[in-house]
Design a protein around this ligand. Structure first.
Ligand SMILES: NC(=O)c1ccc[n+]([C@@H]2O[C@H](COP(=O)([O-])OP(=O)(O)OC[C@H]3O[C@@H](n4cnc5c(N)ncnc54)[C@H](O)[C@@H]3O)[C@@H](O)[C@H]2O)c1
Length: 333
C-alpha cells in the first residue's frame, strides 16, 4: 500500500515516516525542505522522495497512491502572521488543490492535519467538534476553510478525514522549540529560568508529536466507513493544561530554574480547553502513549544528551519563524 506524506521532513513527519515504514507501507515523501539542515538527529528517509512545493505536485505524482497524509504547511499562528498571504496560498489554496488532484488520481483516503487552534478563545469548559470555531489568526482560518472545502469533495471513492491536533510537544528528530512545552523546558535547561509570556492562566490542549503521528496511522488503518468525512479532535481530556501547570512541571525537572511571569499576552490570545471524547468513541483501540509528564522527562533527557545551550535556544535552528524569515523566497511560485 502506497502512502504519500507531505511535510514528511517536519516535526511530526519525522515520527510518521518511520512508523509507516515499520508497518510495511511504501512511503512517498514530499517536502520543500524549508527547514533543511535544522534537524537535531538523522531523519528516516521515505522509500521515494519529492522535494517540490506541494502546489506543484501533479496528478501523475499521485498515481497509484492509496492515501495522502497532508502535513505540509506554514505550521503555526506566529508564522502565519509573518505573511498571511503566503499562509492562505500554501495552507488553504495549496491544500484544496492537493485534495482535488488526489481525487482525480483515484486516491481513496485523504488525511488532513488540522488544528485545535481553530477554537481560538472560549469560556466554554471544553470544545467539541460541533462547537462554533473562533479562528483568531490566518493560520487558524486557513485550516477551517480547508476543512470546509475538502469536506465538500467527499464521495463514495474519496474519503477525507480532518484531524484537529492539539498543540504538540516532545522529542522529534526535527525538534522545534517554538511550541510552549518545548520552549519552557528548553529555556530552563539553557538559561536557568522559565519565562511565561502571560500570567500563566491560558488553557492549552497538549499532545505528544509521536501520538499525533500514531493517530494518522490509526486513521489510515481504520475501516473507511468509520473515518469517512470525520472531523476529530486529537489529544486527551486529561491533557488540557494551564500554561502555569507546564511551568510547574518544568520546575520539577529543573529545580534551580526560577519562574518569571512576563505578563505580556502579545499577539497570542488563545485560551481554550478541548474535549476529546469523540476520538475514543470512533477509534476505541487508539490510546495516547504519552502523558505530558512522561513526554517532558524524555525531552529533558534529550536536551541533556545534546548539551542544549543558550545559543541553541536563541538561534535559528529550532525556531521555525526565525528560519522561515530567511527562506520565504523558497515559497515563491
Ligand atoms: N506542531 C503542532 O503543534 C501542530 C498542532 C496542530 C496541527 N499541526 C499541523 O501539523 C502539520 C505538521 O506540523 P509540524 O509541527 O510538523 O510542522 P513543521 O513546520 O515542523 O513541518 C512542516 C513541513 O512542511 C514543509 N512545507 C511547508 N510548506 C510547504 C510547501 N509549500 N510545499 C512542500 N512542503 C512544505 C516544511 O518544509 C516542513 O518540513 C502542519 O499542517 C501543522 O499545521 C501542528
Amino acid at each position: 500500500m502506497k502512502v504519500l506524506v507531505t511535510g514528511h521532513n517536519g516535526y511530526i513527519g519525522a515520527h510518521l515516516v518511520p512508523l509507516l515504514k515499520e508497518k510495511g507501507y511504501f512511503v512517498i515523501g514530499n517536502d520543500i525542505n524549508l527547514f533543511g539542515g535544522c534537524e537535531w538527529e538523522p531523519l528516516t528517509k521515505p522509500d521515494l522522495e519529492f522535494n517540490k512545493d506541494l502546489r506543484k505536485l501533479t496528478v501523475g505524482d499521485l498515481a497509484g497512491v492509496d492515501c495522502v497524509i497532508h502535513l505540509a504547511a506554514i505550521s503555526n499562528d506566529p508564522m502565519g502572521d509573518l505573511n498571511p498571504d503566503i499562509t492562505y496560498k500554501v495552507n488553504r489554496d495549496g491544500s484544496i488543490r492537493l485534495a482535488e488532484i488526489a481525487k482525480q488520481a483515484g486516491v481513496s483516503r485523504f488525511l488532513f492535519s488540522s488544528s485545535c487552534s481553530i477554537y481560538g478563545k472560549s469560556d466554554k469548559p471544553d470544545m467539541t467538534e460541533d462547537d462554533p470555531t473562533v479562528p483568531l489568526t490566518a493560520y487558524a482560518i486557513s485550516k477551517i476553510e480547508t476543512e470546509k472545502a475538502v469536506m465538500a469533495m467527499a464521495d463514495d471513492k474519496f474519503s477525507p478525514s480532518f484531524l484537529r491536533n492539539a498543540t504538540a510537544y516532545g522529542h522529534s528528530a526535527m525538534l522545534r522549540i517554538d511550541l510552549v512545552v518545548n520552549n519552557l523546558l528548553g529555556c530552563a535547561v539553557a538559561r536557568g529560568d522559565i519565562r511565561i509570556m502571560s500570567d500563566g492562566s491560558p488553557w492549552r490542549p497538549l499532545v505528544h508529536c509521536k501520538d499525533i503521528a500514531r493517530a494518522f496511522v490509526a486513521f489510515l488503518e481504520a475501516p473507511r466507513e468509520k473515518v469517512h468525512k470525520q472531523v476529530v479532535n486529537i489529544g486527551g481530556n486529561k491533557e488540557n493544561y494551564q500554561v502555569k501547570d507546564v511551568g510547574n512541571l518544568v520546575q520539577k525537572l529543573v529545580p534551580n530554574a526560577t519562574i518569571v511571569y512576563t505578563g505580556e499576552v502579545g499577539a497570542d490570545s488563545r485560551d481554550y480547553k478541548v474535549n476529546f471524547d469523540y476520538l475514543g468513541i470512533l477509534l476505541p483501540d487508539f490510546k495516547l502513549e504519552y502523558t505530558l509528564e512522561k513526554g517532558m522527562e524524555e525531552l529533558f533527557q534529550k536536551y541533556k544528551e545534546h548539551h542544549f545551550s543558550v545559543s541553541d535556544f536563541e538561534g535559528e535552528q529550532f525556531v521555525r519563524l526565525r528560519t522561515l524569515k530567511k527562506r520565504l523566497s523558497l515559497l515563491e511560485v
